[in-house]
Design a protein around this ligand. Structure first.
Ligand code: C2E
Ligand code: CA
Ligand code: CA
Length: 851
């Protein structure tokens, strides 16, 4: 037997590689047999820690200790592996056998010294040899870390280890509680898994070190066994669940997730197995499971880090630290590296640091997640802001005019409503400003230019109104005060307060004067035909609709009377009501042939002789008296009554021309037609039919059409006028100069005659500008091959001026007013203007004139 001589100064003698071993596969050998049987093959262990792995065999170890000294020596025989089921020490000295039976399947009280490891105090007599036999049998792995310690040294070492244990367990407990509270407050499941992981990990160590057994249930070895069986797979389970959850493997790699999930499943089975499986099977299963999980974690951590999960670096660091701890401990156990602080405490430090680092990792991850959530929230808020802005823009667009940004009628309405609702508000006026001529500008200059003109007008209006202390601000948008609303196409609105009939009486003419000045655009001076209508709150309306309607009636009246501004009055209102009734009356008058036709002569200026007549309709209403055509013609156009009206005029005029022809006056007859007539599908045919019916030569009929009527649909006008022209009917452009259409456009039309508008003619003897316009127009007309008729000649001066200018025809009160047929016949008989044609008619009486 190997004998170890104890010199006395050694604090520790490692016996692991010194002892001799014999296996007892059946486990039935008795001490006597082991001691005496010569056939047993004792072999030296040669391992620092004899280790036989999982085996059912019992093992016997033996060693002899010799004390060569003169005095008794006290030593501790220490088996530093607390999980041996069955451990029996036989001590043979002077042929006397002492037996101590212990092991972790027995209550703690069986131990000779209360320690988590197996410690046997030995008294070695002086100059003696003590033979020691140890029998072990265990369901776990069979190993025997065997040392002989000098008691004081042992206690010192043991205390040191216990101290570090306490720090370690305390720290782990702190982490457990701290993170448990975190979990309770933020309910993030990763914290719970972490708590489970740290707790089960620390508890597993405490169980395997025998600490739990010693301090918590020393009398319950079964519980000790069970706790080891349960805690190992439990810590594996929590490690897997925590890693899976923390690294978010599901989003990272399907394969790693699958491995992890299978491991979790197996860990669960193992946990359950702790209750039913035999100790050996259960522990083997745990160990088999730990390996793939460790590998998976060691792959998954860096992979997650690589994939951009920055919290994973803490995770990786934590596991690497633990791994270092484990490797150190294992290397030491297998004698590769000597015992040192690192090997002793590496595992604990590693796992403690791991716990701390993982806790950091969790906090880090939580921070990141919160940051991400915050960012998402910010994105939502940004999105909401953007949507709000877009909505604001939409609302702005819906409530403002695109051209000048003025508020539109909806804002105006709200303003008026607010004024009505405000008991402190003073009386106010709604003033409408309308550009009567604008549609002509539109047609003539084109939309883009017209828009520019409209902008100029808007600016002018804004400036005019801004100077008034009475103009109310309707809107304050981006520091811009809006006092003018743009309520439809070419109508603007202003609110004045305080306002009265008297204040409007001074304000409106002033405003008009500022606005009426023609707008300069592209070298043109453009007259916009400004008209203004106004209505007063309280006196003219108590609600938005009424006030608006009444202001509009004022505007209509201003337009009608050409007086350019009008304040609402009841009489105007009755007029508009009257208007509706009038149309019915007009229809009836037409049917009952109550309308009459007047004729105004046209004179050839070269010869001073009448050559034509313009037919002008007259309506003498039985109740309202004379109604000027300027008033009822637009209504007839709007109601469609213009069709039968024009037909009536045409028939009457042609019949008259024929009648006059028969009495010797060969005169052309001019009939006014409106835009609506051009739209009649059979208009050309009906004109031809009339001429054929009354047998008037086509060239004796002139159809007058205004520029604006042509511009209402230029293409259609061109087509219809061409057809009329092809049938020999003559075309005159009426009211030339008011529509601002250019001669270059007119040139395309098959017209022969241009009628200069009377507004340029009437005062051309006094207004030089007018004379200049007439002269230029005239020369252009002649260049383009048109004859010109000057309308509105009221005196001799104008007549002579026009003769001087070489104008072709004259029409006006100076020669003759429009008159009914009998008066005309009379006039024809006596007038100096008809002398020439009388002569002619005398020469060839009865409709065969030579002129
Ligand atoms: P218009 O075609 O420009 O007709 C000429 C107008 O000038 C007539 O007004 C005539 O009375 C007026 N006038 C002629 N000479 C002078 C003058 O020296 N001084 C002044 N201040 N005025 C003069 P009236 O008859 O009141 O007709 C007004 C408008 O009504 C016409 O303007 C025409 O556009 C329309 N109208 C008249 N009869 C008819 C018709 O039968 N059919 C259509 N569609 N419109 C008609
Ligand atoms: Ca006319
Ligand atoms: Ca005219």
């Amino acid at each position: 037997m190997v004998q170890v001589e104890i010199m006395g100064h050694e604090s520790r003698i490692a016996l692991g590689s010194v002892v001799e071993v014999v296996e007892d596969p059946a486990g039935r050998l008795t001490f006597e047999q082991v001691r005496t049987e010569e056939s047993l093959k004792w072999t030296p262990s040669r391992q620092p820690i004899p280790n036989f792995g999982y085996t059912d065999s019992a093992y016997w170890f033996r060693v002899a200790l010799s004390n060569p000294a003169e005095n008794e020596m006290e030593r501790f025989l220490v088996v530093a592996y607390p999980l041996i089921d069955d451990l029996t020490l036989y001590r043979l000295e002077n042929n006397q056998v002492q037996q101590v039976q212990t092991g972790d399947t027995r209550p703690f009280a069986t131990r000779p010294l209360s320690n988590r490891n197996f410690v046997f105090p030995l008294k070695l007599a002086p100059k003696s040899v003590t033979y020691l036999y140890i029998r072990t049998q265990t369901e776990g792995s069979t190993q025997l870390p065997l040392d002989l310690w000098e008691p004081k040294a042992f206690h010192a070492m043991d205390e040191e280890i216990l101290g570090s244990h306490s720090i370690y367990y305390g720290m782990m407990l702190v982490m457990v509680f701290y993170n448990l509270f975190l979990y309770l407050s933020i309910r993030e499941s990763a914290y719970l898994y972490y708590v489970g992981f740290v707790f089960s990990f620390a508890a597993t160590q405490a169980a395997m070190n025998g600490v739990l057994f010693q301090y918590f249930y020393p009398g319950l070895p079964q519980l000790h066994q069970f706790s080891v069986l349960l805690l190992v797979p439990l810590s594996i389970l929590f490690t897997s669940v925590f890693s899976l959850r923390f690294l978010k493997l599901e989003q990272l790699s399907q394969r790693l997730t699958l491995i992890m999930k299978v491991s979790i499943g197996l860990a669960l089975v193992t946990v359950a197995g702790a209750f039913v499986l035999p100790y050996g099977v259960s522990t083997r299963l745990s160990v088999a499971l730990a390996v793939p999980i460790c590998v998976t974690i060691l792959v998954a951590g860096p992979y997650a880090w690589y994939k951009g999960n920055t919290s994973a670096r803490y995770f990786v660091a934590a596991w690497v630290l633990l791994l270092i701890g484990i490797i150190m401990a294992v290397l030491n156990k297998f004698g590769v590296i000597p015992r040192n602080t690192l090997t002793e405490y590496g595992l604990q430090w590693g796992s403690a640091l791991e716990a701390v680092l993982l806790s950091f990792a969790l906090a880090d991850r939580l921070n990141r997640e919160r940051e991400a959530r915050l960012q998402a929230q910010r994105a939502i808020i940004d999105e909401a802001n953007r949507r709000e802005q877009a909505e604001e823009r939409l609302i702005y667009q819906a409530t403002h005019h695109g051209l000048n940004g003025f508020p539109n009628s909806s804002i105006l309405r709200v303003c008026i409503e607010n004024l009505f609702r405000d008991p402190a508000a003073e009386p106010f006026a709604l003033v409408l400003v309308h550009l009567r001529r604008f549609h002509e500008i539109n047609k003539t200059l084109g939309h883009e230019n017209a828009d520019q003109v409209l902008k100029l007008v808007s600016r002018r209006l804004q400036l005019c109104v801004a100077e008034s202390p009475y103009a109310l601000v309707m809107e304050n948008h981006g520091n811009q005060l809006h006092r003018v609303a743009h309520i439809d196409g070419v109508t603007f609105a202003v609110l004045l307060s305080p306002a009265s009939e008297a204040s409007l009486g001074t304000y409106l003419p002033d405003l008009l004067e500022l606005l009426i000045e023609p707008v300069e655009f592209d070298g043109l001076r453009i007259d916009l035909g400004i008209v203004i209508g106004a209505a007063l709150s309280q006196t003219h309306g108590d609600d938005v609709a009424t006030l608006m309607r009444h202001a509009q009636i004022g505007l209509d009246a201003a337009e009608r009377k050409d007086c350019c501004y009008a304040i609402y009055a009841r009489s105007l209102d009755s007029y508009s009501a009257k208007r509706l009734g009038l149309m019915g009356d007009l229809r009836k008058s037409l049917q009952d042939d109550e309308l009459t036709l007047n004729f105004q002569p046209q004179v050839d200026m070269k010869q001073g002789v009448v050559t034509g007549l313009e037919a002008l309709i007259r309506w003498n209403h039985s109740q309202h008296g004379f109604i000027p055509p300027d008033e009822f013609i637009p209504m007839a156009e709007a109601t469609g009554l213009i069709k039968p009206l024009t037909q009536w005029v045409l028939e009457k005029a042609v019949a008259t021309a024929v009648q006059l022809l028969e009495s010797g006056f060969r005169l052309t007859v001019s009939v006014n037609i409106s835009a609506v007539n051009l739209r009649e599908p059979l208009f050309v045919k009906s004109v031809s039919d009339v001429l054929r019916r009354f047998r008037l030569p086509e060239n004796q009929l002139v159809l007058e059409i205004t520029e604006s009527a042509i511009m209402a649909d230029p293409d259609l006008a061109l087509k219809v006028l061409k057809e009329l022209h092809e049938r020999g009917i003559q075309i005159a452009i009426d009211d030339f100069g008011t529509g601002q259409s250019s001669l270059s456009y007119i040139r395309k039309l098959p017209a022969q005659e241009i009628k200069m508008d009377k507004s340029f003619v009437m005062e051309m003897d006094k207004v030089t500008d007018d004379a200049v316009i007439v002269r230029t127009t005239l020369s252009m007309c002649h260049n383009l091959g048109y004859r010109m008729v000057a309308e509105g000649i009221e005196n001799d001066d104008v007549y002579r001026l026009l003769v001087e200018m070489d104008c072709d025809f004259a029409q006006g009160y100076f020669m003759a007013r429009p008159m009914p047929l009998p008066a005309l016949q009379e006039w024809l008989m006596v007038s100096q203007w008809s002398a020439g044609c009388r002569k002619a008619s005398l020469g060839s009486p009865l409709g065969n004139p030579s002129v």
